[in-house]
Design a protein around this ligand. Structure first.
Ligand SMILES: C[S@@+](CC[C@H](N)C(=O)[O-])C[C@H]1O[C@@H](n2cnc3c(N)ncnc32)[C@H](O)[C@@H]1O
Length: 226
């Protein structure tokens, strides 16, 4: 019997994300200046580093500037591949993490049968990137992550706790669209995509930028079911 988490919708048309890409092209390094404290993210990547055998491959989905995560993984000897929608972010990631391989692509491009086939990974990180999708795409993106992982592969996810769908917000002088869930619903969506949640942690966070509201960040450490 097939696992529902294996069923991916190949027919969904490629979404137009021009606005999101242009916003992050314009934001560039200012993203890291606005979010200088990344303890939860660093701790989650540290968990991966401590759990992965030598020679492992990891994918950083929505890698942004490559810092801290892709850099942290590469410095620990993990073979890192990063993907980001924003060409400007990909250029920064290449400059910050010369040991990594970075692609300008949409998460949707990684669906099975999609234009970018990167093979399988021992671990995937998606820190504050799946929240850039409309809600109806997030379960599909999670099933794509599952597909990209080897059985028992590790997945570190962070989201902002918020009951919103494709909601436009001001962000560092630009407009972006974001989605989110309340904690219990987020857990349900992640588990339904074929993951076991090993650990959850959360942080109250006041970004160092006037136009971003304080937020609660949720970090989930997950393992792909076999
Ligand atoms: C909030 S930033 C987080 C960056 C990095 N993961 C971090 O936590 O430092 C979100 C990133 O996701 C990227 N992004 C947004 N939508 C995306 C999509 N559909 N596919 C790939 N990347 C996307 C943005 O360009 C941006 O670099």
């Amino acid at each position: 019997m097939s696992n529902p988490a294996d069923e991916l919708d190949h027919g969904t048309p490629r979404p137009d994300r021009t606005g999101q890409a242009e916003a992050f092209d314009a934001i560039g390094e200012r993203y890291d200046e606005a979010f200088p404290h990344k303890e939860g993210q660093v701790a989650a990547a540290e968990w991966l580093v401590g759990s992965l055998p030598a020679g492992s491959r990891a994918l950083d989905l929505g890698c942004g500037t490559g810092l801290p995560t892709a850099g942290q993984l590469a410095a620990a000897g993990v073979e890192v591949v990063g993907v980001d929608l924003s060409d400007g972010m990909v250029k920064l990631a290449r400059a910050h993490v010369p040991g990594g391989v970075f692609h300008q692509a949409d998460i949707a491009d990684l669906r099975p049968g999609g234009p970018l086939d990167l093979g399988r990974f021992d671990a995937v990180t998606a820190f504050f990137s799946l929240l850039m999708l409309p809600r109806d795409e997030i379960p599909l993106a999670l099933r794509t992550v599952r597909h990209l992982l080897v059985p028992q592969g590790l997945f570190a996810l962070s989201m902002v706790e918020a009951d919103v769908d494709d909601f436009e917000i001001p962000f560092l002088g630009n407009s972006i669209r974001v989605s989110g869930y309340l904690r219990d619903e987020l857990r349900e969506v992640v588990e339904a995509a074929g993951f076991e949640i090993l650990e959850e942690s959360s942080y109250s966070y006041a970004p160092a930028a006037a136009d971003i509201q304080p937020e609660v960040q949720i970090f989930l450490r997950c393992r792909r079911h076999a």
